[in-house]
Design a protein around this ligand. Structure first.
Ligand code: SR1
Ligand code: MG
Length: 420
């Protein structure tokens, strides 16, 4: 492990004395360090997160722990992930301006990032569970996915820069290894850390006996591990988005790596679908259908914005070695069909990654609150079963999902089904 020798875990008590000497921080919070109010608010699986409020303002301090917080020090995890997260945030701001929090300070040895306190933003997942709508969400997320996918690829970047960047992030090995195991592998056998709602028992056995399914998931893992199309967020779920009623920002890219363009939008879609399937556990019949429709509309619009932005960038920023204008426009040939092919390829991958993420969040470690908060386990299991069943269909029949309309009508069909 890369445990830096001077690394020291921050605490509510030590933050004022340790960080109150730093100009970059004092200018954001105020020099009256003795009056700083510090709270630890981390509710994620890995890190410490503090809100520090002073007379001059408020900031967020995120510090990586040398182990997985969810599990404890029996699972060590390198601190270097904070370095990659910081590098990812810089690139995301460049590629999708305004989409991530502003960074005020970074310390590699202490694995800490001091950043903008987003207010009154809260984690999107909480809003989806509470049945709240977020205006502009689909536009923000569709554009974020398209801009980071396009501008982080050799459609846009010079090959020499993109290859060097792949090299930069290739050191982030232990973090993708979590995804490789928890997302792509553990759900499909009786892995040690797996958890599931007990009533799903027999249904899961059937899934784990499906050899064609496991094989197809492994093919997607091969793609995830070997393909460097673009820089991914790597963990784009509704807990990695903070929203108000009309503004959303993307946080927490420590799972960054170069990978397939369909990965982020596929993971994101899965998390909206899990919000969709879990709704009967959170609301009455009175507003259930309308809210579920809003979620499906959001998915539809994310893809519409993604496609529109991608096509726009294709026309205006295609400066890399892929699909060069010298081969198309300069020869008097349209590249529109080629762009549509690339979008089809992204859609196919996204659909498969979506199905896999739908499985891991109910079968492996690190479940989603969307389902976990449903106390009645037989209701929870019946809703999770719809989600699992749709995941299987997405993974095995990805080629039949040519557009987002097929995806949302499939979701409606599975939402009516009884699978256990
Ligand atoms: C052990 S880490 C579990 C999960 O938390 C992160 O948010 C990622 O989703 C990871 O898979
Ligand atoms: Mg996270």
């Amino acid at each position: 492990m890369d445990m830096a020798k001077n690394y020291e875990e921050l605490s509510v008590d030590t933050i004022p004395s340790r960080l109150g000497v730093l100009e970059e921080i004092v200018t954001r919070i105020g020099a009256d360090v003795e009056n700083w109010q510090v709270k630890e608010v981390g509710d994620g699986n890995l890190n410490l997160v503090f809100i520090v409020e002073g007379s001059g303002g408020t900031v967020i301090i995120k510090q990586a722990l040398p182990y997985v917080r969810l599990v404890g020090d029996s699972w060590p995890l390198p601190l270097y992930r904070a370095y990659y997260e910081h590098e990812a945030l810089l690139r995301q701001e460049e590629r999708a301006p305004g989409s991530v929090p502003e960074i005020f300070y970074f310390n590699r040895e202490q694995a800490l990032i001091v950043m903008e306190f987003l207010q009154p933003h809260i984690i999107l997942r909480g809003k989806l569970i509470a049945g709240q709508r977020v205006a502009n969400l689909s536009e923000t997320m569709g554009r974020f996915c398209a801009q980071t996918a396009f501008r982080g690829s050799e459609l846009s970047m010079k090959s020499i820069d993109k290859k060097a960047d792949v090299g930069v992030f290739s050191g982030n090995v232990k973090i993708p290894a979590i995804t490789e195991a928890l997302v792509f592998t553990d759900p499909y056998f009786d892995a040690e850390m797996n958890q599931n709602t007990p009533e799903l028992g027999g249904f899961i056995k059937k899934l784990r006996d499906n050899v064609a399914l496991k094989s197809r998931v492994q093919a997607m893992l091969m793609k995830f591990a070997s393909n460097t199309e673009t820089m991914l967020h790597g963990d784009l779920h509704s807990g990695s988005i903070m929203s108000t009623d009309d503004d959303s920002r993307v946080i927490d890219p420590e799972f960054v790596q170069y990978g397939p363009m369909g990965f982020d939008i596929g993971m994101l879609t899965a998390n909206f679908l899990m919000a969709y399937f879990s709704q009967p556990g959170h609301r009455d019949e009175a507003d259930l259908a309308e809210y579920q429709t809003w979620i499906l509309t959001t998915i539809t619009e994310i893809f519409e914005h993604f496609n529109a932005e991608f096509k726009h960038l294709w026309k205006t920023e295609r400066t890399g070695m892929l699909y060069p204008k010298s081969l198309f426009e300069d020869q008097g040939h349209s590249s529109e069909a080629a762009c549509n092919d690339v979008l089809d390829h992204i859609m196919r991958d996204a659909v498969s990654f979506c199905g896999i993420e739908m499985h891991r969040r109910v079968l492996s470690l690190a479940h989603n609150a969307d389902f976990e908060m449903i106390e009645d386990t037989s209701l929870r299991a019946s809703l999770e079963a719809r989600n699992i069943a749709m995941g299987v269909e997405l993974i095995l029949n990805f080629e039949t999902i040519k557009d987002v309309a097929s995806l949302t009508s499939m979701a409606k069909r599975f939402n009516e089904g009884d699978y256990i």
